[in-house]
Design a protein around this ligand. Structure first.
Ligand code: KG4
Ligand code: ZN
Length: 335
């Protein structure tokens, strides 16, 4: 079964053709990041306009590279939630139009579920159940993936998402949006023990996260030093901050796996590109004899291939929509 899939939840306009949820036939991503960099973050209105301009060409290119047209497609999967509402609406309306014109089934896909599915494209042997750490720019969850379309959140952030914390810390060190990836690179040459950062815990919720105090701590360090005319070494700051965030994520993730009896751990979302997080999950799981998986770097960020993968499993579960489908800015992964 071949699906055409569409993603427009934030600042990437993407389309793909995916076979049976596991094989990428084509995948096109048009990013707007250079334009949003000028403003230090995603400007929702600009994002919507750029999606409108790009979507036709991106979808056509995905079909062309797959050497097909809609007659060779069996369904249309689209990200409908969560995300920037104006941005989501572009993809949802485009998909609805295609579905109406072609008579193909319309399959709504949750953005975070698709991040998890990016792993199915790279690891043909990976099947639920497993425990997943979903870490993106807007969310940080520990999720029990019970089957392809049944999820249970057991931990989440009380304030900032991990990606957001990385981006804000990076910004305070003068790096441009989205700074998480740059901070990760700079951290490689730094000393992770140079600065002490808090490892916040959430009372009574052992698997929840809190990153806003950590972010404030790094901003305060920089501010206090600059008032004394001192410039702090950015590589040491980055390495210490990265270690603190990854410690918090991994502590809860491993604790949850031990307590719930999972021996198969999976990373998903933009922050799963973080080199220390990948290293740590590999170490912790290898030491315990557990299986671990994370997406290849090209599938960590937003793309439509992952939407086509999750869309296949949503379709098998009977989750299709009619043309009254609407986009939703917020929606829990365990709907
Ligand atoms: O999943 P994603 O592409 O978009 C959302 O759904 O939010 O995640 C983007 C986030 C950004 O905050 C970005 O800075 C972060 O992922 N990110 C990283 C790295 N690469 C991307 N954070 C830390 N280390 C990285 N290597
Ligand atoms: Zn995302």
């Amino acid at each position: 079964m071949k699906l055409l899939s569409i993603e427009s939840s934030c600042d990437e306009t993407a389309a793909a053709v995916i076979e049976d949820g596991r094989k990428i036939i084509s995948s096109i991503v048009a990013t707007q990041v250079e334009e949003h960099k000028l403003y230090g973050g995603v400007v929702p209105e600009i994002a919507s306009r750029r999606h409108c301009e790009a979507i036709n060409g991106v979808v056509s290119e995905a079909l062309t590279q797959a050497e097909t047209d809609l007659s060779g497609i069996d369904g249309i999967a689209v990200t409908f939630a969560p995300g920037l509402i104006g941005a989501l609406l572009v993809g949802v309306n485009f998909a609805k139009g295609l579905s109406l014109a072609s008579g193909l089934p319309l399959i709504p896909v949750h953005h975070l579920r698709s991040h998890i599915a990016s792993n199915y494209l790279a690891h043909q042997d990976l099947k639920p159940p497993f425990l997943c750490l979903v870490v993106s720019g807007g969310h940080s969850h520990i999720v029990e993936v019970l089957d392809y379309t049944t999820m249970k959140i057991i931990g989440k952030t009380r304030d900032d998402a991990a990606g957001e914390a990385f981006d804000k810390a990076a910004r305070s060190m003068g790096m441009s949006y989205p700074g998480g990836i740059q901070l990760d690179k700079v951290a490689e040459s730094g000393d992770p023990t140079a600065f002490k950062f808090p490892h916040p815990k959430v009372d009574g919720s052992p698997y929840d996260f809190s990153f806003s105090g950590l972010k404030t701590a790094v901003i305060n360090q920089i501010h206090n030093a600059s008032q004394k005319g001192i410039t702090l070494p950015v590589n040491d700051l980055s390495a210490s901050f990265r270690k603190a965030v990854v410690d918090c994520l991994m502590d809860n993730f491993i604790k949850a796996a031990e307590n719930l009896g999972y021996k198969k751990l999976v990373l998903a979302g933009g922050v799963s590109a973080n080199s220390l997080l990948r290293k740590r999950v590999a170490e912790e799981c290898t030491n315990r004899g557990w299986e671990y998986y994370y997406p290849p770097l090209e599938l960590c960020g937003d793309n439509a291939a992952m939407v086509g993968s999750q869309g296949y499993y949503e379709f098998l579960a009977g989750h299709t929509a009619s043309t009254d489908l609407n986009a939703r800015a917020t929606m829990s992964i365990d709907f």
